[in-house]
Write a protein of this length. Sequence first.
Length: 144
Amino acid sequence: MTDLAEKLIMRHEGLRLKPYRCSAGRLSIGYGRNLEDNGISQDEALQLLRHDLAAARETLDELGLELDPVRQAVLLDMLYNLGAVRFRRFRFMLQAVRQGDFERAAREMLDSLWSHQVGMRAVKLAEMMRSGKVSDSVFLDTKG
């Protein structure tokens, strides 16, 4: 019975991979998932994060950047936030990373529109890039 219901819903709702407004005006996605009333579960949010993080890892691999785990995490965080296209525009930062000049890479991170947009997140990530260490303050608040 569930298989039949699934097939009916898929047929009637159709698949949309980007958010859209349904006929009732509700923000929806997928096979008519009402995001406004139902949202997503924590498990679904984690699944989406892991999917996007895997794509970010592929981008780092394409760029040939082999780094220690802390600096790799910094770049993955930036990639996740910026998307691959905007991340690749950090040419001078990426050049500094390739050369192992993490001080300059950190400066390049902070000398950007992105830094002004994300505030303390950029400051903390730049310090991690510079030092190669995770400071205790990174996890003290959820926004920075």
